[in-house]
Design a protein around this ligand. Sequence first.
Ligand code: ZN
Length: 243
Amino acid sequence: MRILVMSDIHANYTALEAVLRDAGKVDETWCLGDLVGYGPDPNAVVEEVQDIPNLICLLGNHDVGVIGKMPLETFNGDARRSLMHHEKVLTATNLEYMRSLPSTIKVRGEATLAHGSPRDPLWEYILNSLTARLNFDHFETPWCFVGHSHIQCIFILNPETDQISLDQTKPDTTIQLRPKMILNPGSVGQPRDRDPRAAYAIYDTEARSWTPRRVEYNIPEVQQRIREFKLPEKHALRIAEGW
Ligand code: ZN
């Protein structure tokens, strides 16, 4: 099976469209959460995601905030402002759909899926070797796919030495999967690894391979909508630079 793995769309409909087009025909789509937050198009993104066939979709911390399962005070000022706007504009149907999604980890075939990390699926960021090492004890499958940090990367555990290596993957370079790995497809709507292109990955279950990918989209158009809705200017600036 050819599977599209994506995360952290963050209400950026233009980036989502570009990813779906660029990925082409896939057998399944796995979305690791954060449909909303930051961007201008929460309804369009939730509606588009709902229409994706053979979809597994987890909730992220921003999603849980907007459906009222986590107080918005737990988010920093600029993130909170967008979430308050999204809370107001999201339709009842879209909120209901989001409430039907799980906020826990999910196991599918050889992969464990989590938004943040397998031991703390909503909030923990896997950004360094220490956090990665602790999380390798929290999943049974050969590999685990996470989002949340918005950084396209791979953590590899060497079982002989117990050492972790961190690999900032190159787009379009296919990696052969082997136990144990934690892989992040990066963020569709707000990349933070200094490459502003929308990020995702293709997972091939037969070949046991992972191909990180990047695709350009119309950033000025999204910035214009962020400004139109008077969302924080920071959210417009960062998508052009990837931070
Ligand atoms: Zn996120």
